[in-house]
Design a protein around this ligand. Structure first.
Ligand SMILES: [Zn+2]
Length: 315
């Protein structure tokens, strides 16, 4: 992609739903507007393409899920050596697909040893740490591992900190797999500035052809509900509110965490599980003003005013 096809500009009154940035890069070739700060692709002309991309990835993810757990790609030191050390006799007891994985792993392992690549080993332990800190699934862990290896092969990590590349990939992949983590959370887990992660993300994603779109608010609901100690009923209610809101396009372009927070809050009220807007705001890490605004929009446009008022009166 030629740099000359890019144009950076601010759009009056427009804010990135992810980081609040107000400067955007327009990529004429791809027909995209991208936040210059965090790299989020704002849906523009290519909504369809974006969905295809997501569907493709979801399909891959489910395929992977069906084919069973892969060999321990991500545990590269002890785990992997143990697996590999089993020898050929052991290996032929496993199905062909896994055998192919074994050879891939073995090749990879050999290369690792040969190159004495301490960076890779450091990167993978950093990855392990962040994955467990953020409680992300194994599928995300492995995909980041693969992307990281690709980044190393293409020489993309040179001149950048390993931590920032790992953080940027975790940010992107967690979203691809519908288990999004916010830029704030990634920053906390990695100890890096949001801006650094965003910058690295922008570079790496361009080189590897990764795109991230705004997260679907419903993908935040289960996690936020469990952080707030809420029942399954509240969770289901919040997801239902979001489903209706999406259908009516009430929330497009709004920060997904704020929308999720407001839906959870409304569901709390309707189900009689009291949480204050402040409690929800602090767990989700958005301002109370944001929750209040999203709350008003949702309640009004979904026609929930009466229900909400009655519930509040009951208390
Ligand atoms: Zn942004």
């Amino acid at each position: 992609m030629a740099e000359s096809d890019e144009k950076t500009k601010s759009k009056m009154g427009r804010k990135c739903p992810e980081c609040g940035g107000t400067v955007f890069t327009e990529d004429k070739n791809r027909g995209e507007t991208v936040c210059a700060k965090c790299g989020l692709v704002l849906k523009e002309d290519f909504i369809d393409r974006g969905q295809e991309w997501r569907a493709f990835d979801a399909e891959q993810a489910s395929k992977r899920a069906r084919s069973g757990a892969p060999l321990t790609f991500t545990k590269h030191d002890k785990g992997l050596t143990t697996e590999i050390g089993k020898g050929l006799g052991e290996l032929y007891k496993v199905p062909g697909k896994k055998r192919a994985q074994y050879y891939r792993l073995k090749k990879w392992h050999k290369r690792l040893i040969e190159s004495k690549d301490r960076n890779l080993s450091f990167a993978l332990s950093e990855l392990q740490r962040i994955i467990s800190f953020l409680n992300l699934p194994k599928s995300v862990h492995e995909k980041v591992g693969r992307y990281y290896e690709e980044a190393v092969d293409k020489g993309l990590v040179r001149g950048r900190s390993i931590e920032s590349v790992i953080a940027a990939l975790v940010y992107a992949v967690s979203r691809q797999f519908d288990t999004p983590r916010t830029l704030d959370e990634i920053a906390e887990a990695s100890g890096l500035e949001k801006r650094d992660i965003g910058r690295t993300y922008r570079y790496i994603s361009r080189q590897l052809g990764i795109r991230i779109l705004p997260a679907d608010p419903k993908n935040y609901v289960p996690r936020f509900c469990s952080m707030l100690n809420l029942s399954d009923k509240v969770q289901a209610g919040a997801i239902e509110i979001l489903r209706k809101a999406k259908k009516l396009q009430i929330t497009s372009g709004k920060g997904p965490t704020g929308v999720a927070a407001a839906a959870i809050y409304i569901s709390c009220v309707l189900n009689g599980e009291k949480r204050t807007q402040r409690e929800v705001a602090s767990v989700v890490n958005v301002t109370e003003v944001t929750i209040r605004n999203r709350y008003k929009e949702l309640v009004e446009k979904l026609g929930l005013e009466k229900d909400v008022e009655e519930k509040i009166k009951e208390d």
